[in-house]
Design a protein around this ligand. Sequence first.
Ligand SMILES: Nc1nc2c(ncn2[C@@H]2O[C@H](COP(=O)(O)OP(=O)(O)O)[C@@H](O)[C@H]2O)c(=O)[nH]1
Ligand SMILES: [Mg+2]
Length: 306
Amino acid sequence: MKINNLISQFKSGLDKSRKELLGKLELLFNKSHNKADFIEKLEELLILSDVGVSATQEILNEFKQMDFSEYKEKDFIYFKEKLAEILINILKDNPTGINIDREKLNIIMLVGVNGSGKTSVAGKIAYLLKKENHRILMVPADTFRAAAIQQLKILSDQAGVEMINTQEGADPAAVVYDGINAAYARKKEVVIIDTAGRLHTKTNLMKELEKIIRVIKKEAKEYSLEILQVIDATMGQNVISQVSLFHKTLGVTGLVLTKMDGTAKGGIVIALKKELNIPVKFVSWGEKLSNLYYFEAPTFVQALLD
Ligand SMILES: Nc1nc2c(ncn2[C@@H]2O[C@H](COP(=O)(O)OP(=O)(O)O)[C@@H](O)[C@H]2O)c(=O)[nH]1
Ligand SMILES: [Mg+2]
């Protein structure tokens, strides 16, 4: 996608966050009388925007080191540029997207709590990789409800990719076993595994997911495994502890932020990077299959502050 087009897509996805943040930043910039006042108001604004405590401190330290008159005498644009520079610096070293190696079986497993958007993201990744001409097999490992299997089937059909069949109540690890073997038999390059996320059985869920990973490691030869945690961006700071839990047990290799359109708190991206240092690989908004984007820090920050 052309870069201008990408920025405008990001801008529309981040519309709520941008409007909220920019208005408040400008007000803060114009109304603060001295450095202490400015720093205090900026701190409050960053915390309210979900940037998180440690990233907020890093940003404030940058501004504290500057001469207040230096940014006060110049205009708001100068201040925004400085902030953008700091944010991009926090978000750098973030390997985005996923590399598909045609010589291997590329296994992508989606994990996360119920309703975070795993099944939707499974469909969106399939759609994206299908456009790049990859041979994809979908594996419905959320077998708890027939409707969940059906939901993935509908998305697979829309994306034009195959899904293996299974029954409600089947053992998820057994479904993955079948999926991997089917992928080799059908000469697929990519396997996308959708999983369950029922939180009331947290320990069981983690055991179920660990068992799936064991099956992958045993059955797959010459493979790569991406464990992507799907996060509902509207959940705020709660997602930090959610991701910690999944990461500790499973080893999450990347994050996918969904529902970015539904929140005015885009700052969560910065908190996740700063506190957990797990790369944000994709962002998504809206229900359309095409609404999944490789996360690019400069584009994201520009869309947020422009
Ligand atoms: N507005 C919005 N809704 C979404 C997005 N992604 C998923 N949804 C909706 O959120 C709900 C849960 O999504 P689903 O993919 O089933 O989540 P799962 O339980 O993690 O598999 C569904 O109603 C989706 O249509 C998004 O990016 N934006
Ligand atoms: Mg689901």
